[in-house]
Write a protein that binds this ligand. Structure first.
Ligand code: AGP
Length: 611
């Protein structure tokens, strides 16, 4: 949940690290800090709040001589957001400094052991325990690499760490266990960071470190060892195709807005190479050697879970595969869950690092299931641990609120449904729309959305001015629109802090409708599909209780509402591909109008790597 970066090279290190922290700030932003060596002692500058507060402090610091530095941006786990809990942390003897993302689960026990030896702790963090443990191990292992490994072998839990030594200010060390860490190889400079954009301006050559890897890096050299025996390991560097443009705002007010507008391009990228030349079949060579699942268990969190709920409709309807959708944090604790033969798990995660989803993947694999990972981040833990991985090609998603990632996941799920439908071969195509027609509909999506986005943005802005005073909102939908109602409500609450509930429209009368009054508006998702008449009845029921309604529908439907928002007509259930951006734009405009921090909402972090 935090972001870390280490740098060593020919440039002044502190500005490089601070710039990297800006690109990692989406991972956590309650405090930040940097460490470097000046005049043979550590300078550790930390500040509570966003990076601006740290930069203010750094403005009066002499930093230009340091060519090695590390930094941290924090999402609090152990210890409240405060300067004393911000990283980096130093050992009591000030010989070592560390930055850490993750949780050392046995830190209380290690802390007690160190306290008994006279160590003093100035923070409530597990990280300060770790750096002192390394210092303690060093009493028996003078070589820092060995002491570092010895300490890490005693730590249980998850970590990505960077470590520096006061007496060797031209070297940093880094290690990972169940938390992301990528090594970047530059020319005369090296990096380690929680995510690639942190060093993307300087290099695209990367090594995705494995759990249990320890790195020692200088400007011109690096070595990677295994934690258990310190045997050297060789990883082939890879070149990432992202460019800096993909990780910048490119003139948009916020990353979120840019990412919403990127969705037509994302869909084009998802489709590339997935449709046969004849346009009549869908290609997933990654899955050709695996059986078609007799039942699919999809596991995910948050927005990715909403994608799964949406995808279930297509997998069941088009491919005729029974699907169960699970919230990862619930699934991981269902001890008696068993996979039958040829049942399969599909885990969905933009980051590929969500702790609950990763744990679910591991449990499914332990229980003998084949696990497909649907991820955006190349080389992420889920991508590496799944039996087969499908990349969603959404590019870097910087805004904490997920937008284009969901669009890419939905499109991948639609393609998967068509792929498995063809492989099963025994579905009754006569009662279905021909596959070729569905493929054409998917191929047309980027153009449909591209043409519609600007007008949708305008409408979202207009509605936000009218509804910004609401303290509560209902989002209603039926069938494939129910998961979208959940997503609309999630987006509104996470961005604008307005209470919002997503409901299956038919459930309203079983209790929630009691809340409806003139100050409690409803956002109804009612495209012209077979369920429209039913959704319309639910809208009328809300209106009968003086509830105001925004209805997202198609031209020509017989519906009256306080605000009718018409969107392009797409065959059901593909309406989701235009409903989703409408919901995203509405939440974006509401939050921006209310003056909220759109890209970095309070209390959140992009990548939830804690349980
Ligand atoms: C949604 O806007 C959130 N950022 C959050 O719900 C997110 O989708 C969830 O944490 C899952 O993340 P993942 O896709 O990276 O696993």
């Amino acid at each position: 949940m935090c972001g870390i970066i280490g740098y060593v090279g020919r440039r002044p290190a502190v500005p490089v690290v601070v710039e990297g922290l800006h690109r990692l700030e989406y991972r956590g932003y309650d405090s930040a800090g940097v460490a470097f060596v000046r005049n043979n002692s550590f300078r550790v500058i930390r500040a509570k709040g966003k990076l601006g507060a740290l930069e203010e402090k750094l403005a009066s610091e002499q930093t230009t001589t340091a060519t090695c530095a590390m930094g941290h941006t924090r999402w609090a786990t152990h210890g409240v957001p405060a300067e004393r809990n911000a990283h980096p942390h130093c050992s009591n003897d000030d010989s070592l400094a560390i930055v850490h993302n993750g949780i050392i689960e046995n830190f209380q026990e290690l802390k007690a052991e160190l306290a008994a030896k006279g160590y003093v702790f100035y923070s409530e963090t597990d990280t300060e325990v770790l750096v002192n443990l390394i210092a303690e191990c060093r009493k028996d292992e003078p070589e820092l690499l060995r002491a570092f490994a010895a300490a890490l072998r005693r730590a249980r839990g998850a970590y990505a760490v960077c470590l520096m030594e006061r007496n060797a200010p031209d070297t940093f060390y880094a290690a990972r266990m169940s938390a992301p860490l990528i090594f970047g190889l530059g020319t005369g400079e090296n990096f380690a960071a929680s995510d690639i954009p942190a060093f993307l301006p300087y290099t695209r050559k990367v090594i995705f470190l494995d759990d249990g890897d320890i790195v020692r890096a200088t400007a011109r050299d690096y070595d990677i060892f295994r934690l258990e025996n310190l045997e050297p390991v060789a990883h082939e560097p890879q070149t990432v195709l992202w460019d800096m443009q993909a990780a910048q705002k490119n003139g948009y007010r916020h990353y979120m807005l840019k990412e919403i507008f990127e969705q037509p391009r994302v869909m084009t990228d998802v489709l590339a190479g997935r449709i046969s030349e004849q346009g009549d079949s869908v290609l997933f060579p990654e899955l050709d050697s695996l059986p078609v699942p007799v039942r699919l268990h999809i596991v995910a969190c948050g927005t990715s879970w909403h994608s799964a709920l949406w995808g279930r409709h297509l997998l069941e309807d088009w491919a005729r595969i029974p699907v169960q959708v699970e919230i990862a944090s619930e699934f991981r604790h269902r001890d008696n869950f068993l996979f039958e033969r040829d049942e399969m798990a599909l885990v969905i995660s933009q980051s590929g690092e969500t702790a609950d989803t990763l744990a679910a993947l591991r449990i499914a694999r332990e229980r003998g299931a084949t696990v497909i990972g649907l991820c955006n981040i190349i080389g992420s833990s889920i991508a590496r641990e799944a039996t087969a991985v499908l990349y969603t090609q959404a590019g870097p998603e910087i805004s904490v609120a997920s937008t284009k990632a969901m669009c890419s996941q939905m499109l991948m799920l639609a393609l998967l449904a068509l792929y498995w439908q063809a492989r099963r071969g025994n579905t009754d195509e006569s009662r279905q729309i021909p596959r070729g027609q569905r493929i054409s509909a998917l191929v047309s999506l980027p153009a449909v959305l591209g043409d519609a986005l600007s007008a949708m943005h305008e409408k979202a802005r207009e509605l936000s001015r009218k509804y910004a005073k609401a303290d509560n909102f209902f989002y209603l939908g039926r069938g494939h629109c129910f998961p979208l109602a959940l997503e609309g409500a999630l987006k509104l609450k996470e961005l604008s802090y307005i209470h919002a509930e997503g409901y299956a429209a038919g459930e309203m009368k079983h209790g929630p409708i009691a809340l409806v009054d003139p100050a409690f508006p409803t956002f109804a998702i009612a495209p012209d599909d077979p369920l429209f008449p039913k959704t319309k009845s639910n809208i009328v029921e809300v209106q009968a209780r003086q509830g105001k309604v925004i209805a997202l529908t198609n031209e020509g439907t017989d519906l009256s509402a306080d605000d009718i928002w018409t969107i392009p007509r797409l065959p059901s259930p593909l309406a989701g591909f235009v409903v989703l951006p409408a919901l995203q734009l509405f939440s974006y405009e509401m939050a921006d109008y209310l003056g909220k921090d759109v890209d970095q909402p309070r209390n959140l972090a992009k990548s939830v790597t804690v349980e």
